[in-house]
Write a protein of this length. Structure first.
Length: 305
């Protein structure tokens, strides 16, 4: 049932109770952090709604009229209920701000998230963080289902249920052991890459999705020739280093190996796969508390590079 237009707002009722408790409009205004003219205006507004004066000014202060006594008696229960509601909402916000649930792709978890979380712990030390590390498809599903407050993923195929912002950029590289024939070439062709046997991440991985989309832009009927599917980037790197086959991996994941020479980057003529890494959250929701802080940290880190 809709309330009538004669029901005052809580601020006016709360002010009236303070006037009765403190004995004067001036002291009540001071307690509420407003000017006395503003307090007088609220009481006049209340009286207009009631249709009768609610306070009588005396030399000793303000006292309720007969109508005012009735309003005060009814307002006490209303304001007390509002304070209980306020306390309950505060508890909800405290619980939310005290526990952040994150879902993130392997690349983000291994190479970006640790320094973001370190800064978050400095800025918001009271926040506990739960992290679910999974592939990009599962990150999107976790956020959409409410199992995570905030997600970080690499996939270009974003669900319409999610809002996103770019927090980093990355490039996918074809990497091989130094003794592989491709490494001795200045560059290989896309057709040679398409015919080659590769070690792949599992279906649903952002890296695999980005690579397959890029290849099919050039070769629509291409199908991957897969030696192994592995869900772990370190496992793929070890397999490549051991000489099993080349792979396509995030540049973030192979910086150390390229520098040490245990892996080599293979140039593919006409193929460059640059992708954005995204923070995601449900459409229609605003990030708040530690989720908002963490997203801001990630974006600021991106801009600083």
């Amino acid at each position: 049932m809709r309330l009538s237009k004669h029901v005052p707002d809580l601020s006016a009722l709360d002010l009236l109770l303070s006037v009765i408790e403190l004995g004067s409009l001036g002291r009540a205004a001071q307690a509420h952090g407003i000017s006395q003219p503003s307090a007088s205006s609220r009481i006049r507004y209340l009286e207009q709604l009631v249709g009768a004066p609610v306070l009588r000014r005396t030399s000793l202060g303000s006292v309720p009229t007969s109508a005012g006594e009735t309003v005060v008696t009814l307002a006490e229960d209303v304001v007390a209920a509002a304070r209980r509601l306020d306390a309950g909402i505060t508890r909800i916000r405290t619980d939310r701000d005290g526990h952040l649930k994150i879902a993130a792709s392997q690349t983000v978890v291994e190479y970006l998230l640790p320094r973001w979380l370190k800064e978050l712990s400095t800025r918001s030390p009271q926040s506990a963080v739960t992290l679910e590390a999974c592939n990009s498809a599962d990150v999107g599903a976790a956020v959409a289902a409410g199992r995570a407050d905030l997600g970080f993923l690499e996939s270009p195929d974003l669900s319409p249920d999610l809002t996103s912002t770019t927090v980093a950029w990355d490039e996918l590289l074809v990497v091989a052991p130094p003794q592989h024939p491709w490494v001795r070439r200045t560059a290989i062709t896309i057709d040679e890459l398409a015919a080659g046997t590769l070690i792949h991440r599992e279906v649903g991985s952002g890296a695999r999705t980005s690579f397959e989309n890029a290849m099919r832009e050039h070769l629509p009927d291409w199908r991957p020739n897969t030696l192994f599917e592995l869900s772990s980037t370190p496992a793929i790197k070890n397999a490549v280093v051991s000489g099993l086959a080349p792979a396509v991996l995030s540049s973030l994941a192979v910086t150390r190996e390229l520098r040490s020479g245990s892996l080599a980057s293979v140039t593919v003529s006409g193929l460059r796969i640059r992708r954005s890494l995204l923070a995601v959250w449900p459409v229609g929701q605003r990030l708040t508390g530690p989720a908002r802080q963490l997203c801001a940290i990630a974006v600021r880190t991106r801009r600083a590079r």
